[in-house]
Write a protein that binds this ligand. Structure first.
Ligand SMILES: [Zn+2]
Length: 127
């Protein structure tokens, strides 16, 4: 009976739709406004993890993100190629899923489309 469980079908590629409800913005003061990412209809607050560099003018891209659902559930996503790519259960239990879990897929696609770039805004009078 154990042997039959091994014939379980491999995880399939997820169907996915996502969009930014609001893109994240980094201000030159270092303050950051979290973005709001919608994945398959669920809203997540999206923030880069770790230090932001307020002195970096223009645009920047971060590889470590935290997605927080309205109910408080959090997922940490690593787009740099390290393991694990996401802290969610799907990522742990289905490591071979093509494209990965929905969190990683959404953020990866956002990055590929150049839409994961943070806009650094200068305060008025400083630009
Ligand atoms: Zn995930």
């Amino acid at each position: 009976m154990v042997a039959e469980q091994r014939t379980r079908k491999p995880a399939e590629r997820l169907s996915l739709s996502w969009h930014w409800h609001r893109r994240p913005v980094v201000h030159v003061t270092g303050h950051m406004d979290a973005g709001e990412l919608v994945i398959n209809g669920a809203h997540y607050a999206a923030s880069p993890i770790g230090a932001t560099d307020p002195s970096a003018a223009g645009e920047r891209c971060d590889f470590h993100w935290r997605l927080t659902k309205a109910d408080g559930e959090r997922y940490d996503v690593d787009l740099s190629g390290n393991w694990p790519p996401c802290s969610c259960a799907d990522s742990s239990f289905n490591p071979a899923r093509p494209g990965g879990c929905k969190h990683r897929r959404a953020l990866t696609e956002a990055m590929e489309q150049g839409r994961l770039v943070l806009v650094v805004r200068y305060a008025e009078g400083q630009g």
